[in-house]
Design a protein around this ligand. Structure first.
Ligand code: AMP
Length: 193
């Protein structure tokens, strides 16, 4: 595993544990020689992950759309900063340059990004592992929604299980490394529910 893409809040959140987890993940990836691909901002948990990885000698690649770059939100000390023309272009490049994805706590942007990567893995667009860093149970409600989708016939259990969840950054990295893509087809018929 050469690079992991991190999705995380452009705000830091209300709990110190979010910042602690973001910094621990950044440092751990750097120490293990695993590069980071992320949204390129200097603000929020995004900035915390990047700063911590850089302080520990890690390689951090930012991919930022021009309109956010122009707002001067970009991190100016990254190993590499790619400025792209749209959010779509950004997502495609982040996905291409990473071998796995981890979502830390965040808001709509973070949810949208990890859910799209889960969808691409489910459809076989790519076969890359996706993890939810479940700091203080932040992702428990989303995982409950996944259970509801399984119970109501919208999601296969095998696809629900694509969303790996761990509270501890080291345990998360180990799960991502050991993961194997499911073979289940996407579509369910009524007899299966
Ligand atoms: P949110 O969770 O809504 O704060 O959005 C964070 C996610 O959306 C990050 O993983 C980024 O990829 C993207 N994003 C949101 N705001 C910014 C920003 N100011 N600069 C760069 N990326 C951002």
């Amino acid at each position: 595993m050469q690079a992991i893409c991190i999705f995380s809040g452009s705000n830091s959140g209300a709990r110190q544990s979010y910042i602690t987890a973001a910094r621990a993940l950044g440092a751990l990836l750097a120490q293990r020689g695993i590069g980071i691909v992320y949204g390129g901002a200097r603000v929020g948990l995004m900035g915390q992950v990047a700063d911590s990885a850089l302080e520990n000698g890690g390689k951090v690649v930012g991919v930022i759309p021009r309109f956010l770059f122009n707002k001067e939100l970009a991190h100016d000390k990254l190993s590499e900063l790619c400025v792209v023309n749209s959010m779509h272009e950004r997502k495609a490049l982040m996905a291409e340059r990473a071998d796995a994805f981890i979502a830390l706590p965040g808001g709509f942007g973070t949810f949208e990004e990890i859910l799209e990567m889960l969808t691409w893995t489910q459809l076989g667009v790519h076969k890359k592992p996706c993890g939810l860093l479940n700091v203080e149970g932040f992702y428990d409600p989303l995982r409950q929604l996944f259970e509801r989708a399984v119970d109501d016939g919208f999601l296969r259990p095998a696809h629900r299980d694509i969303a790996l969840a761990e509270a501890d950054p080291a345990a998360m990295i180990e799960r991502l490394k050991k993961w194997e893509a499911p073979i289940a087809p996407k579509w369910l018929d009524r007899s299966e529910t």
